[in-house]
Design a protein around this ligand. Structure first.
Ligand SMILES: [Zn+2]
Length: 630
């Protein structure tokens, strides 16, 4: 009697305590992550979880399992420090709390699983004593208990793997590539389709991927074996103690499972934070797409949009060519020691051409950089990408017939702002509709698909090249594989620059063949370092990935009609510029008046342009370009 009432008392207090902890976690969940109260609560909670598991399983095995688990989890911070990425003590402690909770959860689950398997085997033992009273034969009972044991073992193995997923992701990627996985890398892979993902691994494959797989297996196996040995339930007579422990285990388990929803996502363990940033970015992409309708509605109300009277009254043609992964550090026209830009070098001497000497990418990756370049959003103003009009939207609203012609893939797993911008065009032409990266067209296919325009209309054509995207040799017709040095990677890369020079020059010829041709812009989205995994990534960013070519070609007609734009650009051609300001440049070149929130100070074609070497930014406004000068 006494025993059962004390049991009841204990159960009730566990339930009350569990609910109290749940309420606290729920309340803290709403606080800022940087708040001291949240930080302290999570730290106390992490310690509580750890204490719970030690209370349940006081054994040497638990200590060993715990130590190995912590080494696995915290090695991520050792990597990040060794790569001199700054992790604050604050972030580190949150990561430690995270590891405590996950470890305790696994230990607790092990305790409960042990109880289940132990009970079924002891039931089984008693059944052999009095076999007749059971409907099953002792053999079948033994079988079913073995089966449940195996099933629980498999389930536990899966749980251990899930528990180790985040550190494994980072450790294995580091072993294979020598750098930490970042949200941008996950994003880049998420935007690819299967064949391009395969291409990424093929072009970056080395024996270290195999090593990393072996390490993955070893880490999971060792952790599983060690955790499997913790919390052994003794079969001795201490059943009272054991049953009270089971109550405590169930209480702890409840609290920890609640924390998976209310606390763990807030304790920013490093790899988890990376995954979280990625999913937020994908949400932004989605929001940009969803906002498109709202932006178009808003555009309709902008009655002030019109074209400058100085343009041809009967039709104007403008072309924007967006290159891929071309660094000006490996271009002849910018002083590189291989003559891989013969056409541009010749053109740059013409009065019709303005070559930007100091252009930078705002970020080293396509989607992010073009989200800014093609829209009003930039590093210097607070306008959010979701609310930002794109150059396509504005040009169309101002009366241009718009074209999007691309040799890049259209279909990834996710739609990006680039595909959304493209979808505004009156006509979209994708050479690569099959979504394959390999076995599709070289960039010269874009010349065949160049739209037949009506020269009596205003036309704006955007052309997106495949340019110097890895793998370089796959972008090249055989006659363009010309450079032979002691580094094949560099040779092929320099070949792609030569090939792009040819393509851009041919596009220019095509455009000039129309009497309405007014101007053309060529620039690269970002640069490239052929010796870095993937060629460009923000974790390993260097000058070569950010220093890009940019050039504007004018017709004589345009120079006569819009002399001030031409003069201003010529005067600013040595000035510093980042390609998130492409939107301003295009609005200005296309002579669109009345564009909302247009800032002349950010327009390099204006005499009011007021950025310079010290104020031009990169890395989404986090770095000065002066850090990436040669
Ligand atoms: Zn790119």
């Amino acid at each position: 009697m006494i025993k059962s009432s004390s049991d009841l008392y204990k159960s009730v207090s566990y339930i009350v305590l569990a609910l109290a902890i749940t309420v606290i976690l729920y309340f803290v969940n709403d606080l800022s992550l940087q708040s001291m109260l949240a930080f302290t609560t999570y730290s106390i909670f992490g310690l509580f979880c750890l204490w719970s598991s030690f209370h349940l399983c006081k054994s040497k095995n638990l200590i060993i399992a715990f130590l190995f688990f912590e080494i696995t989890y915290l090695s991520v911070y050792v990597l990040s420090i060794s790569l001199s990425l700054n992790t604050s003590l604050f972030d580190f402690i949150k990561g430690v709390d995270f590891s405590f909770v996950v470890f305790s959860l696994l230990a607790c689950i092990k305790f409960v699983f042990n109880r289940i398997t132990n009970r079924s085997s002891s039931t089984n033992t008693s059944s052999t004593d009095s076999c007749s009273s059971y409907s099953c034969s002792s053999n079948s009972c033994l079988k079913s208990s073995n089966l449940s044991k195996h099933l629980l073992s498999i389930l536990y193995f899966v749980l251990v793997f899930i528990g180790l997923f985040f550190p494994l992701l980072m450790i294995c990627y580091y072993v294979a590539t020598g750098s930490l996985i970042s949200s941008d890398i996950i994003l880049a892979l998420a935007q690819t389709n299967g064949s391009e993902g395969k291409e990424f691994f093929v072009s970056n494959f080395n024996v270290m991927w195999v090593v990393s797989f072996v390490i993955l297996v070893v880490i999971v196996a060792v952790n599983y074996i060690l955790l499997n040995r913790v919390c052994a339930v003794s079969k001795s007579a201490e059943s009272d103690k054991q049953s009270s422990k089971l109550q405590f285990a169930l209480f702890s388990l409840f609290v920890m499972i609640v924390s998976v929803f209310l606390a763990l996502p807030r304790m920013d363990y490093l790899p988890y934070a990376v995954v979280k940033v990625t999913s937020r970015q994908l949400d932004n992409f989605d929001a940009y797409k969803k906002q498109k309708g709202a932006r178009l509605e808003k555009l309709k109300t902008l009655t002030s949009l019109k074209l400058d009277n100085n343009l041809n009254a009967d039709g104007n043609l403008f072309v924007l060519v967006i290159g891929e992964s071309e660094t000006r550090d490996r271009m002849g026209v910018y002083g590189f020691n291989r003559d891989n830009t013969p056409n541009l070098s010749k053109e740059s001497e013409s009065l019709n051409t303005v070559l930007f000497k100091n252009a930078y990418a705002s970020w080293p990756q396509t989607v992010q950089v073009l989200s800014y370049a093609l829209t009003q959003a930039n590093q210097y103003s607070s306008i959010e990408t979701v609310d930002a009009f794109s150059i396509m939207e504005i040009a169309k609203a101002a009366g241009y017939t718009t074209y999007w012609l691309s040799n890049q893939r259209k279909f990834g797993v996710y739609e990006t702002p680039i595909t959304v911008v493209a979808s505004t065009a009156d006509k979209e032409i994708w050479t690569n509709g099959s979504a394959k990266m390999e076995g599709v067209f070289f960039d010269e296919e874009l010349l065949n698909r160049f739209p037949k325009i009506d020269p009596k209309k205003n036309n704006f054509i955007v052309i997106h090249l495949m340019g110097s995207h890895q793998k370089y040799e796959k972008r090249l017709p055989s006659e363009y594989k010309v450079f032979k040095g002691d580094d094949e990677n560099n040779d092929y890369y320099d070949d792609t620059v030569l090939y792009t020079d040819h393509i851009v020059s041919e596009i220019y010829k095509k455009a000039k063949s129309y009497s309405s041709f007014m101007g053309m812009v060529y620039l690269s989205d970002h640069g490239e370092d052929p010796h870095i995994v993937g060629g460009h990534d923000p974790v390993n960013v260097n000058a070569q990935m950010l220093r890009i070519p940019a050039v504007v070609y004018f017709s004589d007609n345009y120079i006569n009609r819009c002399k001030n734009i031409y003069t201003n650009l010529k005067a600013n051609s040595d000035n510093y510029w980042s390609n998130d300001l492409l939107y301003e440049l295009m609005v200005s070149l296309l002579r669109i008046e009345g564009a909302p929130n247009f800032n002349l100070k950010l327009d390099i074609a204006s005499d009011k342009y007021d950025l310079d070497k010290n104020s031009v930014m990169t890395m989404y406004g986090k770095k000065h370009v002066t850090e990436y000068e040669k």
